[in-house]
Write a new protein. Structure first.
Length: 428
């Protein structure tokens, strides 16, 4: 423990955002439902996106019995059930608990862990992160301090390929070429090298140090990058915590990550499918569970990876395509995303998913992804370069580029059928 942390340990930075949270974290969970225009919403945390087939079928049962019959994938590889009645919380919790999806009710909103979805399946990672995932989730659920983490605090476990290292996690473990783990903290440019064996314990220590720091500064912030300290100060604090717990470490430059999920199609000892808008109807979910061997791996890019015998891959991909899932990496759907929009969200100014569906025919397979949002909050928008398509107050949309190192370029779109013209205006 950091027995006497001083705010003097945190050197303020002129670039640090003046973040202070005056209200509690209202992030929904399995036990804390959120009221939306289409009914109550439950967000079930799925660490690493890993579901057994039995657990996946339980989620389908919960949605069919209590919700709108669909399952919605989030940008953190979690699952949302929408259209719930406000009085069904107890029944939902019982279903989830029976399936092993509520190992600790006190920690159910903080089990936010993303992991490289192809780890151990395609031979391209430096290390199979499944042991890290199992150990970190168990340690997180056993930590009394960790109950205080925000529902927005995120862990990322990267097998070395860099796919989830670019997801702006608060604590990132990335396998290194020499068999160790790089412990990244927010967007800090330096990291801490620890042994692969100590990696899960080091990740939890970093999260608990964050909570100590929040209490010491009195800011009530939810994310590491919101701490009022200079780049490197928090790394120093975590380093001292690791030393105090006997975890050997050394400081190193941070290996920059990227963001991007596996393309649809065959993937080593499995297959990958993309889910348009992350919405899965009952038939689609049933096809996924029938094809899967043992488990499903939900990705932070609203896709699903299924361990599948090589001999069955082509037939399985054909089944999923027939069910409306995307199995072709050249599909225009790979460039389209959207928030829930109308009628599910009262803030939304448009049925963005319907408009995005109508407009996708204008998209070439290659190019920046487009994310359609019903308002300026851009809920669920992807990381990385993109084009934001935001519903305007007076109707139509405002398009703007969000490209690293470039000034945004903007234009308006009065109707989805004119998307090609609007894109030409800002990407030429």
């Amino acid at each position: 423990m950091l027995a006497a942390m001083s705010t003097a340990d945190l050197r303020s930075s002129p670039q640090a955002p003046p973040a202070s949270r005056e209200r509690g974290d209202a992030c929904p969970g399995s036990l804390r439902l959120h009221t939306a225009d289409d009914g109550a919403l439950a967000r079930i945390r799925v660490p690493g996106g890993v579901l057994t087939v039995r657990q996946a079928r339980t989620l389908a049962e919960a949605s069919a019995r209590l919700g709108d019959g669909e399952l919605h994938l989030t940008s953190r590889g979690n699952v949302q059930v929408r259209g719930l009645g406000t009085d069904c919380g107890g029944e939902l919790a019982a279903l989830l608990d029976t399936a092993g999806l509520l190992p600790s009710p006190g920690h159910e909103r903080v089990r936010n862990i993303v992991a490289s979805p192809l780890s151990g399946l395609d031979g391209r990672g430096r290390l199979d992160v499944r042991p890290w995932l199992t150990a970190l989730d168990a340690a997180l659920c056993a930590s009394e301090p960790a109950r205080a983490l925000s529902g927005r605090f995120l862990f990322a476990l990267d097998d070395g390929r860099g796919d989830v290292a670019g997801l702006d996690a608060d604590v990132t473990l990335r396998a290194t070429a020499d068999g160790r783990a790089e412990l990244g903290l927010g967007s800090a440019r330096e990291a801490l090298l620890v042994s692969a064996e100590d990696a899960p314990r080091a990740a939890l220590a970093a999260a608990e140090t964050f909570l100590e720091t929040v209490r010491a500064t009195g800011t009530g912030v939810w994310r590491v990058d919101e701490l009022p300290c200079s780049d490197g100060s928090f790394v120093d604090l975590v380093g001292r915590r690791l030393a105090g717990e006997g975890i050997g470490h050394e400081r190193c430059p941070r290996d920059a990550g990227r963001t991007g999920g596996p393309p649809p199609g065959a993937a080593g000892a499995g297959l990958s499918a993309h889910v348009p808008f992350g919405r899965l109807a009952a038939r689609q979910w049933r096809e996924l569970t029938d094809v899967a061997v043992g488990e499903l791996r939900l990705t932070p890019w609203r896709g699903v990876v299924l361990p599948t015998p090589r001999a069955d891959v082509d037939a399985s991909l054909a089944r999923l395509a027939a069910a409306g899932l995307v199995t072709d990496p050249g599909s225009p759907w790979m460039r389209v995303g959207a928030c829930i929009g109308r009628p599910g969200c009262g803030r939304s100014r448009a049925d963005v998913q319907a408009d995005a569906t109508e407009a996708r025919a204008a998209l070439a397979p290659a190019g920046l992804p487009l994310y359609w949002s019903g308002c300026e909050r851009r809920c669920g928008h992807p990381r990385g370069d993109r084009i934001d398509v935001v519903a305007a107050p007076g109707g139509g949309y405002l398009l703007s580029t969000a490209v690293t190192g470039q000034e945004p370029r903007t234009t308006t779109l009065d109707h989805p059928s004119r998307l090609a013209t609007a894109l030409a205006a800002i990407t030429a």
